[in-house]
Ligand binder design. Sequence first.
Ligand SMILES: [Fe+2]
Length: 259
Amino acid sequence: MSLTAEKIQSNWQEFLGNIEKYITGDRKEKLLTFYKKYEERIVLMPAAHKKEYHSAFPGGYVDHVNRVVKAALSMNKVWAEFGCDMSTFTTEELVFSAINHDLGKMGDENNASYIPQTDQWRKDKLGEDYMFNKQVAFASVPDRGLFLLQQHDIKYTFNEMLAIQTHDGLYDAANEKYLKAFMPEAKPRTSLPFILHQADMMAARIEFEIEWLPKFKGENNLAPQKNNFTLSSKSKSNTKSKALNTVKSEGLKSMLDSL
Ligand SMILES: [Fe+2]
C-alpha cells in the first residue's frame, strides 16, 4: 500500500487544519510550532513498523490520525444521540486527544522510533520495512506522547490525559486500572476515553480492510512482498509536481520527490 505525494501533502494540510480549527488559546500556536518543527519526520512516518499492522507505509501515521479525528467527531454524535452526558468534555478535548493520541510513535526529540529496516531477510521474509530505533529508550506510546507534549510546554487537561493514556482500551492491560474498575467512584467521570478508543479502533479496522481484504480476495499475492512506494508512472507527472509545488521545506520536498 502506498500514498501518492499529493495525498501525503493534502493529509498534512488537513492535519494542520484540524489544529487551526479546533484548538484554542496559546496552546494552538505551541502545537503548530511543535508539529512544524518535526514536520519532515512526521509527514512521512508510518503508523507501525510491520506491514501486517495498520498503515505501516510512508505517510501512514498522519493518514491514520486524520481518520481518527474524523471518526471521533462522528462517534461523538452517536454517543450524544444515545444520551451520553456531553457536558463532561469539550469538542476541543476530543479533537486534541485524537490528534495527539499516537504522538508517542514519533520517538524522542532527536530520534525517530521507526527507521528503515537494515536486515534484508526481515524485509523480504517478514515484510518489515521498518525497525525500532534502539537509540530511543522504551516508553509506552501514550506515556511518550504525553511526555513530548509537556516537554514542549503544551498543556493538556485531565480529560485529555485520560483519553490519550487509555486510547487502546482494554487491548492494553495497563488500562485496566481505569477501564476495569467496578466501584462507581473509580470509573472515568467522562465518556471521552471510550469515544476516542472506539474511533481509533474503527479507523485501524478500516485501514486493515482497505489494505488487506483485496489481497484476501485474490487481487494480490498473500506472500510477503517487497513494498513498492514509488508512484505509478501515470500519476507521477501530474500529482507529484502539483504536490511538490505546495511544499515549502526543501528537506521535505526532496523526501517527497524521492517517493
Ligand atoms: Fe491510533
